[in-house]
Ligand binder design. Structure first.
Ligand SMILES: [Zn+2]
Length: 268
């Protein structure tokens, strides 16, 4: 599933190549992914000129001359810059441009393509309540957000209303770098530990952003991200040695999800 490093990488790629292109026609294979009726979606975006793309959590926001195009790949997918003669095998939406290129969107499972009016973002319920992007949160802000909270630290970090963009790929290494057990209640975590956590969130995501995101996601031209399993510290590595202390990494149940921890570096 794409998380902030993959979405941010896509936003950068889209911002580098899409601005100035004008949408001439739109094909939608799966109208269920839209937030407005198909004809309204087309009418609103045909003739629109694309601007910059930014991201918030797992959503991509492309500004156009006629409002916003919001994309969310859900469990994953591809956004490819192609031509009609080189369309990928699978796709759910195609945006044709005036220069004969087209933007092809595929969702592996289910995703969203939403149209929002120029001044309508505050009313877009699926994104308006997201917390700030994880890489933008300072140690002071994280301290303010977490003091007075009682949730387990992992559950808190995965709740997109608090912090947007962390999911099950990066959470394990973030908690490992912060030396925090996933079930530690925020009440028991000291201010210096929150400071360490803030740096771990930043470093854990930035190392992947610097490499163009995870290897299982692709960019506008199908190029793979450069962050591989060799870059992962302990996530999905049960039975292997902790890179810090050589203790065997464990896979444990934490609520409804699995966690990967070093029991020595991350005591409960
Ligand atoms: Zn360890």
């Amino acid at each position: 599933m794409p998380e902030l490093p993959e979405i941010l990488t896509r936003a950068r790629g889209m911002s580098a190549e899409l601005p100035g292109k004008l949408i001439t026609s739109i094909d939608v294979i799966q109208p269920k992914c839209l937030n407005v009726p198909l004809e309204e979606f087309k009418t609103n975006l045909q003739g629109a000129r694309l601007g910059q793309t930014t991201c918030h959590g797992k959503w991509l926001f492309t500004e156009t001359s006629q409002g916003w195009l919001l994309l969310n790949l859900g469990m994953g997918g591809e956004i490819i810059l192609a031509t009609r003669s080189s369309l990928p095998e699978k796709f759910r939406l195609v945006f044709d441009f005036n220069d004969d290129s087209c933007l092809v969107v595929n969702f592996w499972w289910f995703g969203y393509a939403h149209y929002v009016k120029p001044d309508g973002l505050a009313g877009h319920t699926m994104t308006a309540k997201l917390g700030p992007n994880a890489v933008d949160i300072s140690p002071a802000e994280l301290l303010k957000m977490t003091r007075g909270q009682k949730a387990g630290v992992k559950a808190f970090l995965l709740d997109q209303k608090h912090i947007a963009g962390i999911g099950n790929a990066y959470i394990h290494d973030i908690l490992f770098m912060a030396q925090l057990h996933p079930l530690r209640s925020l009440e028991t975590i000291s201010d210096p530990e929150i400071d360490r956590l803030a740096h771990a969130i930043h470093d854990g995501l930035q190392s992947s952003i610097d490499k163009g995101g995870a290897f299982y996601e692709v960019g506008l031209h199908g190029e793979k991200g450069g962050f591989t399993m060799e870059d992962v510290l302990i996530g999905y590595k049960e039975g292997q040695a902790c890179p810090m202390c050589k203790t065997t990494i464990l896979k444990i149940k934490t609520g409804g999800t699995s966690s990967y921890i070093c029991p020595n570096c991350q005591p409960i």
